[in-house]
Write a protein that binds this ligand. Structure first.
Ligand code: ADP
Ligand code: MG
Length: 594
């Protein structure tokens, strides 16, 4: 049946010792037309126990010191190997797990490569979902795509280890094989921090829409090629949650404040009263309230400036605060609570204020300032708690306006949506992915049936940009909020058919809650101790031998493990053809400097 190599001479726990016949010490053997690998570390052998073949992996090899005399009188050594069972073949094929143990004197055989392949290749006949070959055996294997794509996937490895290639290969093969049966049922959204997927990658251009967002002004040529602004619907923008995350509002005071802004807008919309009337009322309150507040003057000035109303700007310049009387004055005119001075001196100027034609972003500035005027006068809030929010809104609007539009159509729906943030500043890179994740998660969640009749796949390359726990540039509470949002998607998403694929060069920095929720992993070369420690601790399916190989993996080699795989598998991922490769190639100095 196969090449006999020796027999079991010891069983201790799950550790099996075998005596190996000396002459089977070759690297490759051929027997009856089948190819076999010789006995060495990390190879597989089969031990016959009744009608079952117990499959073991070889983990150690040594010589026994005692000499033996063989039948022809020559002296020799006994070669021993240690092995660990990983599963068995019975009439149903390969079963993973230690259920049967060999006994002393059971014979051991080499495994033909075709049989090794059948241990790892658990796909159905004709699946042909190949992204590469088994590293050592060089046998192509088909991945169990059914179980892989309905799980959260992690792709880890140092920079340049081949993560982007693996990620792209995975989805390229998926779309090559299944494009027609997927379109209309599933959507794939790629958050692309480095602009690696904006060309021909992944799917045919007819099925792909690219948003290349840029916080820098675009050159004309760039504008034509891609969509450069992501359209949000008005309702989605005027939403407490959206505004809170765009402007990193704190939960305790700033978020309730934004909520009042949104609620106020909603009420006004219904009563058909215009934002202008609202503004004029608040100006009057600011001057004539029972207890006017000094801080409201600055807010009114901001409104005049944003509305670009020169007359009003000028008028407010001449207004001052009298701290002893606690009221505003202009020259020798004091604005009293009865409003008579206001009516005489300011009213007509304020009446010229028109903010109704401003775009959504400017209207937002107007509304938050008006809200704060009202809240200050009523003593609802402390100026110092809200003012940082207002400053943040004003300062981020310049870049925000370049990358999103409000009430200007809806995002185009294609099978694959790539959102490139390559040309965005750091602040936008932190905030927008969360917005997009929410956008797609919510829109999917609200239209899906149970059980899910369609799926949404959120793919984040270089995910440490947003899932990292170490970051001292942002406030703790905002960081918690950001991570919580993703944790929710990853925990709850499965129910709605939302799946996440994350790739990262620094897995140890990613929130452990997120890593522990991932089901399947492609682990490329990692050398950092902390990363390896994390792999050890959060991936239950990773075995010691595979783990020990991770620091030494070559470009494109990875350990594939997780719930979709029976056993950890060493894979050499195929390199994609040039035009399908992620645009991440190392700089070629030989060409550059020639
Ligand atoms: N499977 C592979 N086989 C051969 N070379 C590869 C493979 N994957 C990546 N490379 C090489 O490594 C470089 C970096 O790969 P990339 O996928 O961008 O790594 P990462 O995303 O981990 O930084 C690629 O430009 C390519 O030259
Ligand atoms: Mg990459």
């Amino acid at each position: 049946m196969s090449i006999r190599i020796g027999e079991v001479i010891g069983v201790q726990g799950i550790r099996i010792t075998l005596r190996i016949d000396e002459d089977s010490n070759h690297e490759v053997l051929f027997y009856e037309g089948q190819k076999y690998k010789g006995v060495s570390i990390r190879e597989y052998i089969s031990i016959q126990r009744g009608f079952r073949d117990i499959i073991c992996i070889i983990e150690g090899e040594y010589l026994d010191e005692s000499r033996v005399e063989s039948s022809n009188g020559k002296l020799g050594y006994i070669r021993k190997v240690e092995a660990r069972p990983i599963g068995f073949f019975d009439t149903d094929g390969f079963q993973q797990g230690i259920k049967f143990m060999p006994m002393i004197q059971d014979p051991a055989y080499l495994l033909p490569e075709s049989k090794i392949a059948s241990i790892f290749d658990r796909s159905k006949a004709g699946d042909n979902f190949q992204i590469g070959k088994m590293l050592k055996e060089d046998i192509p294997v088909s991945l169990p795509w059914r179980r892989l794509f309905n799980s959260h996937i992690g792709i880890f490895g140092n920079t340049g280890s081949g993560k982007s290639n693996t990620l792209a290969k995975l989805y390229t093969v998926l779309f090559n094989n299944k494009l027609h049966s997927i379109v209309g049922k599933s959507r794939f959204v790629i958050i692309d921090f480095n602009g690696e997927y904006t060309g021909n990658q992944l799917a045919p251009n007819t099925e792909k829409i690219v948003y290349s967002l840029s916080t820098r002004p675009l050159k004309d040529t760039e504008q034509q090629n891609n969509k450069s602004v992501f359209p949000l619907e008005s309702d989605e923008f005027w939403d407490t949650e959206t505004l809170s995350l765009l402007f990193q509002a704190t939960t305790n005071t700033q978020r309730p404040f934004l909520n009042r802004v949104i609620e106020g807008r909603r009420r006004y919309e219904k009563s058909n009263d215009s934002i202008n009337a609202y503004a004029k009322k608040k100006f009057r309150d600011a001057f004539c309230a029972g207890q006017p507040k000094a801080a409201t003057l600055d807010l009114m000035r901001t409104i005049a400036r944003v509305a670009n109303n020169q007359e009003l700007i000028q008028a407010l310049k001449n207004v001052n605060w009298h701290s002893l009387y606690s009221k505003f004055f202009q020259g020798n005119i004091y604005f009293n609570t009865d409003g008579s001075e206001y009516d005489k001196n300011i009213l007509t100027t304020v009446d010229s204020l028109d903010v109704s034609t401003l775009d959504a972003f400017d209207q937002l500035i107007i509304r938050v300032n008006l809200q704060l005027i009202g809240d200050l006068i009523n003593g609802y809030v402390q100026f110092d708690h809200i003012q940082p929010l207002l400053k943040r809104i004003e300062s981020s609007l310049v870049s925000l306006r370049r990358v999103i539009s409000v009430g200007d159509g809806v995002a185009i729906e294609k099978l694959v949506t790539v959102i490139s943030l390559r040309r965005c500043n750091n602040e936008i890179k932190k905030v927008l992915p969360l917005l997009f994740a929410k956008h797609y998660y919510n829109s999917h969640r609200h239209t899906v049936n149970t059980p899910p009749d369609k799926t949404m796949h959120l793919i984040i390359d270089e995910a440490h940009n947003i899932l990292s726990q170490q970051s001292n540039r942002e406030s703790e509470s905002w960081k918690d909020y950001r991570l919580e949002q993703f944790e929710e998607i990853i925990k709850e998403g499965r129910k709605f058919g939302v799946f996440i694929t994350v790739s990262s060069q620094r897995p140890a920095d990613i929130s452990p809650t997120i890593v522990s929720q991932l089901h399947n992993f492609f682990i490329h070369r990692l050398v950092n101790e902390r990363d390896l420690f994390l792999m050890d601790n959060s991936i239950s399916t990773l075995d010691n031998i595979s783990r020990s190989l991770i620091p030494g993996l070559a470009q494109g080699s990875c350990v594939a493990t997780g719930t979709a795989f029976e056993l950890p598998m060493l894979l050499q991922v195929d390199r994609l053809p040039h035009d399908k490769q992620p645009a991440s190639e190392d700089v070629n100095l030989e060409i550059l400097w020639s």
